[in-house]
Write a protein that binds this ligand. Sequence first.
Ligand code: BES
Ligand code: MN
Ligand code: ZN
Length: 497
Amino acid sequence: MKINVLSKFDSNQDALVLGLFEEDKGNYSSLSKQLAQELAEEDRNKHFTRKFGQKYATRMPYLNYKKVIVLGLGKKKEITLERLRKLLGGAVRYVKGNNFPGLTTNIPALLSKVEGLSAEMIGRATAEGLILANYKFIKYLAKDKQEKNKSLASVSIQWDGTSPAFVKGLKTGRVIAESSNFVKDLVNESASVATSVYMEKQARKVASKHGKVKIKVLGKQELQKLGMGLMLGVNQGSEKPPRLIFLEYSGGGKEKPIALVGKGITFDSGGYNLKPTRYIEDMKTDMAGSAAVLGTIKVAAELGIKKNIIGVMAMCENMVSGHAQRPGDIVRAYNGLTVEIGNTDAEGRLVLADALSYTEKKYHPEVMIDLATLTGACVVALGNFTAAVISRDDELIASLKAVGETSGDRIWPLPFYEEFHDAMDADIADLNNIAVKKYGAGSITAGVFLSKFVNEKTKWAHLDIAGSAYWEYAGPYNAKGATGSGVRALSYYLLDN
Ligand code: BES
Ligand code: MN
Ligand code: ZN
């Protein structure tokens, strides 16, 4: 999608999208006389109150546009970057549905006059709302359906005065949103295609495009040599080989790196604790954490972020076969701890455990953040609108929560009380991979398991994206399916901290 910034509305577009704040009632001086009259009429009839998200579509023969869409912006003091994404995303989805090739709008400029929002951040959110909403996974649709779902070619934004900060924000937002869409492609892709080796290819592509990204890949034999018994145990029932992928991005000189570690289960059948119908169908998405890590490295490389970042993708497949791991098996982790397999479906924590302890030992990161579609309990607790963060470090929690808010890729903390810390203790091994029932709080106990594989001194946070990574319904600026969750929050974290 091309984004043009102009001083006027673009009369070459088919759709005009206007915003109106509640406070600006009756003030249409900048609009055409006829449109002003029509809106005043609506005011009198009280059909259109300008409440946030209210929409009013009309055809005005006296204007050059095929359609005019008027959006309520709500109250000025309630406007946020996230509301901007929703407004623009909604406009894109509407105009797309009408099969117009583009639109012109003044909404970002209206927000720039509200106190507290910088032009740069408005630019970021503008590009994100537009580009995220312009995405749909159409690869497997017939040609005519692909044509129907065609993306908008261009958007023209009316902006008053000089615009360098706004344009800078647009550029940043574009990189973040396009990378999120790339992640959505990976997560929406069929598990028969998006295997560990396929993900390795994707990672190699990103690395070869950017000089500052080096890639190292460990295969089955290397993992065996290193003694990564937890990761290998999970992959044991699969015909496909595992991959532990490291992307080393250097933009921060001699500083210690930030490590991002992603769960990459290319399909989670549950193993012998097989998932039943209604729980198994979407499990191709269980690699969303690793995809988000790759997407974030892509953002860092394209924006030249001034930090050193290690992206870790822990790829394997949780399947059943004569070779598969059994409930009751005891396996040894890379860090030496033994784990009794209480449930083969609690596989994500096993794979992450080896990935985390190895990453910590090899790279001595300043901060380590893992991302995982880890627990169904997280979806129960928080739903789809937010990821959970679990950490011992209150400062890290606060920064992640803050970037969750500004990026709209929300993050909300769960407690890590000491009462939970022995929840994963086992009888005949160091740990069990499931908790004793009395603890409840499945997302927190999963975090406790991971914590046994990270040094207490390391600043570490675990993000559970089980609910936020994949929606079974469309969102305000997202098609049904993968969301790219993690990319925006982590990109904002790397840019703004
Ligand atoms: N990949 C699932 C978690 C999940 C569930 C992600 C729903 C997205 C949507 C994970 O591997 C899993 O199966 N977790 C189990 C853990 C349990 C066996 C302790 C769960 O949440 O049921
Ligand atoms: Mn599972
Ligand atoms: Zn899983």
